[in-house]
Design a binder for this molecule. Sequence first.
Ligand SMILES: [Zn+2]
Ligand SMILES: [Zn+2]
Length: 451
Amino acid sequence: MTTSTITEDETSVSPPTASMFAAPDPDVNQSTFERNETIEPILSFGLITDIHYADHDDRWNHVQTHLRRYRNSANLVDEACHYWLNGKYPISFVLQLGDLIDGVCSTNKTSGSDLNVILEQFKKTLNSLPVYHIWGNHELYNFTRQELLNGPLCSFDTKTSSPAHYGTFEVCPNLRIIALDTYEFSALGVGNDSEVYGQSMELLRKHNQNESPNDPTGLRGHQRRYVQFNGGITSKQINWLKEQLTEAKNRDEKVIVIGHIPIHPSACDHLDLLWNYKEVLDLLWIFDRTVLAYIAGHDHDGGYFRDRKNIHHLTLPAIVECDPNTNSFATVHVYKDCLLIEGVGRIATYKIDCQFFFYLIETMRLYNRVVLMHRKQIWQPWMSQGRSVLNYSMEHIPHVVLGIPFAVFFMVVIASKEIYKANAYQFNVYKRRLMIRRPEDIPTEYRPFCS
Ligand SMILES: [Zn+2]
Ligand SMILES: [Zn+2]
């Protein structure tokens, strides 16, 4: 694929939550972080995305809204690594959410050397600390899937998923990361004669008849996602995700799902949505008490939305479009009963905590439904016959005598169950406490497969 056909994915003009990320100061949002700063987290890890490094002069993005400072990206990564290294709580690993180098490297024929420069930027400060990479569209502009699978950006065991690149690992007892390949079904990084290319182009052409498949002109709302710089997930990966979530649920684990492309329309510009976002979202909603968050990149302006199933959707703003003196990375601190995502620069700070009140409200709703049903189906028909409350009580003594204790018992059981589930948010540090502080402390099974 030639880069002349590439329309950039940074055409988001007015994301719904851009103002949340407008903090011009690179300092940590102290007001939110202070609350927990005296309590040591179980462990911490770094988040960074859309670095787009290239040894190339700065230039405007496709829609001329943001300047891409390609070389400055390396400085910002360096700054992030030093921040993580010297932070109060050292990190255990970094999640790099894709678009590590820019598509322009392919035009310049510097893909390999530019990739080495930016990887070295991580390595020189963090040494052997694991950096888990997931693939964005710009990885696929520079390399084929086979090249990526055999290169330093392959972070998971792909024996069964190849040529897709997805995987999972345990962060600490009761907390797991699941990394998705959001370009498994796409026309990028594969030969024009391949089956997946043909099927992807067929889907694109069905929804987007513009001359360039990267041009969203004429598309409205969610339909704008049908552009070539996006992709989707096949049923094979969906089934794998379902298996992983079922196992996690059975083990009482909580899960953070990561992918390059966002999956919730309220957490990004619709132009940057996964093709089959609804299918993935529906699956995550089945496991709403297991999945805590979905974290993505791709939309360079970022976004945030807490959905109706209480899953946090965080789209991180891009490094490459940071204004001077600003950065864009985050540190996730894992506490016993919450996650604190401490943003720097363009990223705000978020807390994902024990949802006791959420479950309590759910229980009250259920109770309310039972009461309403009783009133409508039993009480109102009875009263409409002109009988008194006393009369009702007398004729229903067995119900009252047996029903009230049963209702109380029922409510206690439900409440206990909900409180137990709420408590299950606590990441289990008692059974098997892992004090991961230095790279050498990380058990082999938690390290990337081949990074
Ligand atoms: Zn990007
Ligand atoms: Zn992207």
